[in-house]
Design a protein. Structure first.
Length: 147
């Protein structure tokens, strides 16, 4: 009986396809736009929503981005001077010239002045709002500083 050496290409190809499928989200719940998950106000989102947040949008303040991934959002907000209530955080949204506040985001408006809107935004909506074409910045409101 003769022994033939197996061609290593098919197993390597199979492994490569599995890795590629994992990197592209093919077959994962992240690629399904109807699959949504909400975290409780004091907890961070599930692994599914956390994985969907790929990177810090340039128009989102770093403290607000870190709040979206914090294990305990209430404690994080207290430690970083953010006003956080019932799953929403107080922010200032700067709009692009001639643009309006985009629809589809949980925003409670408190004040408007020119291109600036101050209010509360659901933490789970911060990344999407900051990436919207109408928005040029999302940051916490300025606090008065002692002189």
């Amino acid at each position: 009986m003769t022994c033939r050496a197996r061609d290593p290409l098919p197993p390597l190809l199979a492994v490569g396809l599995v890795l590629l499928a994992g990197c592209t989200g093919w077959g994962s719940p992240i690629s399904d736009p109807t699959a949504t998950t909400r975290a409780s106000p004091t907890q961070s989102p599930t692994a599914t929503t956390t994985a969907a947040i790929l990177s810090l949008p340039p128009d989102l303040d770093r403290r607000l981005y870190d709040l979206t991934t914090a294990e305990n959002r209430t404690a994080y907000a207290d430690q970083h001077g953010l006003v956080y209530e019932d799953g929403s955080v107080q922010v200032v949204i700067e709009l692009a010239g001639g643009r309006t506040l985009p629809d589809g985001y949980a925003v409670t408006v408190e004040l408007r002045s020119g291109r600036l809107v101050q209010g509360y935004v659901a933490v789970d909506d911060l990344v999407g709002l900051a990436r919207h074409e109408n928005v040029t910045a999302v940051r916490p409101p300025s606090r008065p500083q002692p002189t």
